[in-house]
Design a protein around this ligand. Structure first.
Ligand code: CP
Length: 306
């Protein structure tokens, strides 16, 4: 593994190795951390805002004894990207750090960074994929459901713009017997490219564009309900479904099976009611802790091969 750029680069064997390493990292955290990456430096380059991913990577590096350098104020820093000096910036950071964690809203930039970088580049989301988020999501499913083959998942929300949902689809397509219900407003569906990919990889899927018997049936049958928020500016088309139709509240919770898990990559705005948080099916805070283990595992794997 030279870089972490997109979900398709992983095969099942590598995913299993990352999961095994993440299991070990959980023990490292319980012991108070390690010095394994002492003297190594991670550059945190975020051209778009982030709270969770950035803090998770920075915490992961610190817990392994490494150091972090980072940019402040991503909005003004992003002027660099439009001024055409992006590759220069990456070459410069190569002199300062041993690994780059990069978030950029333009999906192509992470590949341009990898092309000129002699140190590992990790895609921290912001574009059409968020591979480390999806890897921690897959790990959460793997631990909670005890395996991934045969898992059935409701993916609900803005499926057009959620890089985490897109990367998760690519990961799930590596396993057998996967069933997906793709639940979104009509105008925010999963992209045609990904639907074609799922079909080619024999993933059974059904698109659902609002409340009704199809959604109720999906919620009653799914092992996982993976929720993302609709955009703030979402306004239903005439007679179209409201935001409420895609919100997990106590009424929708009653439809979800007892042994299912509910996930969300966060930030959550209004797509899951706070009353759901105390339900044992809510796994979104577990995702955050699993994310630390996964990112520690990735940092250790990427830097130990340097
Ligand atoms: N889940 C996630 O990517 O959150 P941030 O945008 O805060 O990093």
């Amino acid at each position: 593994m030279d870089h972490v750029l997109r979900a398709q680069q992983f095969d099942k064997k590598l995913i299993a190795q990352v999961f095994d390493a993440a299991d070990e990292m959980e023990k490292v955290v319980a012991r108070g951390g390690s010095e394994e990456l002492r003297g190594r430096i991670m550059a945190s380059l975020f051209y778009a805002v982030s709270t969770r991913t950035r803090l998770s990577f920075e915490s992961a590096m610190h817990r392994l004894g490494g150091n972090v350098i980072s940019t402040e104020n991503p909005q003004s820093f992003s002027d660099f990207a439009s001024s055409g000096h992006f590759e220069d910036t990456i070459s410069m950071v190569n002199q300062y750090a041993d690994l780059i964690v990069l978030r950029h809203p333009d999906s192509g930039l992470v590949y341009r960074a990898a092309d000129v970088s002699s140190i590992p580049v990790v895609n921290a989301g912001g574009g059409d994929q968020h591979p480390t988020q999806a890897l921690l999501d897959l790990y959460t499913i793997y631990r909670a459901i005890d395996g991934i083959d045969g898992v059935s998942v409701v993916l609900m929300g803005d499926l057009s713009h959620s890089g985490a949902s897109r990367s998760l689809c690519y990961f799930l397509a590596k396993y057998s017997g996967i069933k997906l219900w793709l639940v979104s407003p009509n105008e925010l569906p999963l992209g045609e490219d990904l639907l074609e990919y799922l079909g080619r990889h024999e993933v059974r899927f059904q698109e659902i564009h609002g409340p009704g018997p199809e959604l109720d049936d999906a919620l009653k049958r799914a092992d996982v309900v993976y929720q993302t928020d609709l955009p703030q500016e979402y306004a239903p088309a005439e007679n179209g479904p409201t935001r409420q139709a895609f919100r997990i509240d106590p009424d929708m919770l009653r439809l979800i099976r007892e042994r299912a898990i509910i996930m969300h990559p966060f930030p959550r705005v209004d797509s899951i009611a706070p009353e759901v948080d105390s339900d044992p099916r809510a796994h979104y805070f577990q995702q955050i802790s699993n994310g630390l283990s996964i990112r520690m595992a990735l940092l250790q794997m990427l830097l130990s091969s340097q």
